[in-house]
Design a protein. Structure first.
Length: 323
């Protein structure tokens, strides 16, 4: 599977990836976007910003990059960078299908993305992804599976995904919502011709939302690579929004709240890749310090106590405005 290259890497940042959700489109729900991106969010401005982020990430040892059909032009921006950097042949690329971007490059659209896990959407978006990333695509995931997703029971879709796997693309799924654990366990039971279909799972896990941990440990034990998204809780764990307890621990280790929050995730034995969602090179550099943060048991206990009830967490996330 593609992540074997990451496991064999010698850089301490090999288990930190870069997600392009925050820079592939002008609007997103991360806090602080006005400060991070400013007013100019034209296509070429964000293309340049993405290129600079990818350059910085690659130079600092990051080798996994995460995009999606619904992240505006993220696949296009990444494809442009890959063509310009032929030496980056050790990069592992993951994308996702299942949401269609509908905001028309605006920040105030009534609807920014539409979810559809049908076979028809898979075939359309798989062709779109192939047109941009070609054979550089290593991993293709169903975007935001929930327990009621038809993707868990659609045998025709499973057969299509198994065909893609037979052609060399690793097949996975991501999850969201307060019932992530249920979705993970249901996906682990999906088989084609007696073999498990999915080889990766990408889930939200952070200091505030830890409910998926037991199911992610089960997925890891079943042989799946676990990718952690939203380790910064869409900016809620970064200065100046971070809880005071997190700020206190960050002061103790003389690093940023972001590095401490991501270090907490990296400590999980089942976490294969932890995504940075940085929108600036400075944020990325700070995030990457997570690889060297050494948290003691008392500090871990303080951070563990910050966990919210999953329903409360996801209600707060749903209320975040698109900026």
């Amino acid at each position: 599977m593609p992540f074997a290259r990451l496991a064999a890497a010698t850089t301490p940042t090999c288990h930190i990836g870069l997600g392009l959700a925050a820079v592939g489109r002008p609007g997103y729900i991360n806090l602080g976007r006005d400060r991070d991106l400013g007013a100019d969010r034209g296509v070429e401005t964000l293309r340049t910003r993405t290129r600079e982020l990818l350059d910085a990430a690659y130079a600092q040892g990051v080798r996994y990059f995460d995009v999606a059909r619904s992240y505006g032009r993220s696949e296009e921006f990444l494809a442009d960078w890959l063509r310009a950097r032929p030496e980056a042949d050790d990069v592992v690329v993951g994308s996702k299908w299942g949401y269609t971007y509908t905001a028309g490059w605006t920040t105030d659209a009534e609807e920014h993305e539409v979810k559809d896990h049908s076979v028809q959407t898979y075939e359309r978006q798989r062709a779109e992804t192939a047109g941009l990333l070609g054979d550089r695509l290593d991993l293709y995931q169903i975007h935001s599976v929930t327990p009621d997703s038809p993707a868990l029971t659609d045998k025709e879709l499973h057969a299509k995904l198994a065909e893609a796997a037979a052609r060399g693309v690793t097949v996975g799924f991501s999850t969201s919502g307060p019932a992530q654990a249920d979705a993970i366990r249901a996906a682990l039971a999906v088989t084609v011709d007696g073999e498990p279909l999915f080889r990766t799972v990408q889930s939200t896990y952070n200091v505030l939302e830890t409910s998926a941990a037991p199911a992610l440990a089960e997925a890891h034990d079943a042989g799946l690579t676990v990718i952690v998204k939203e380790g910064m809780a869409n900016g809620r764990l970064a200065d100046p929004y971070a809880p005071q307890a997190l700020k206190d621990v960050a002061a103790e280790v003389s690093l940023g709240c972001d590095a401490v929050a991501l270090a907490f995730v990296l400590r999980r034995p089942w976490a294969g890749v932890v995504l940075s969602g940085a929108a600036t090179a400075a944020q990325l550099a700070s995030n990457l310090h997570a690889a060297v943060v050494d948290l003691d048991e008392e500090q871990l206990a303080v951070l563990t106590a910050l966990a919210e009830h999953p329903r409360e967490y996801w209600e707060r996330r749903a209320a975040l405005p698109w900026h």
